[in-house]
Design a binder for this molecule. Sequence first.
Ligand code: LIP
Length: 269
Amino acid sequence: MTTPLELQSLAVEIAREAGELAAHRRREGVNIAATKSALADIVTEADREVEELVRRRLHEARPGDGFLGEESGGADSETGLTWVVDPIDGTVNYAYGIPAYAVSIAAVQGSADPATWQALAGAVFNPAIDELFVAAHGEGARLVSSIEGERALRVAAEAPAAGALVGTGFGYDPATHAAALDQLATVMPIARDLRRIGAASLDLTAVAAGRLDAYYERGLHPWDMAAGSLIVAEAGGRFAWIPGHPSGRAMTIAATPALFPRLSEILSA
Ligand code: LIP
């Protein structure tokens, strides 16, 4: 039986290789886009190439596992374990050259359904600033950073007296933005300020690292949050994935234990 720490090591090894490929393609892409095709084409190509690398490495290491990726879809598991992968989370940041994008790789027990899976291991790697966030079920969460060094991750114990620093996001569909802004207005009374990082996996790891007090977003896909949600939980944070009815757009909530009840109450109103 493979342990969560062994799965974490595999996720880290592949996330680092895939992240370096993504960063390399971004550097190349800036030159190609300036001379040939739209940068959007470069980004799409990089997304697909990075996911192909991740999928290939996982198949080489664990051929019977299942897979769900943003670009190449899913494959059923023969082992009971499924890998949930976002090859480049924060695609728009990546296209604009904003150094806030990440390879997100998670191993879950069961199928790729956030309502039923047990996350076992996760790695979120931002190659632009060389920051790696990892967690294994029951083993805690850690940050390995060229900026901060290496440390265990633990969310803040108390709700900040000045109000919460809250992250959120807005989906690609402009038709959802008005409702998202209306909902944000109900959250701001408990917030000191808002941060919009632009990559759900980095929003979630920011909560785990104490860089945000809370994060919420409606409409995320399983691959956006699979690794980050485990990292939040192993850092002592609280997390919820609430299926969206009838919109089908689930609500993701992550926060310190002190803030989670109040934020959940506001978002469910
Ligand atoms: C993105 C998320 C972000 C959300 C965007 C998009 P992608 O994922 O990380 O939080 O606001 O709409 O879903 O598309 O960059 O992998």
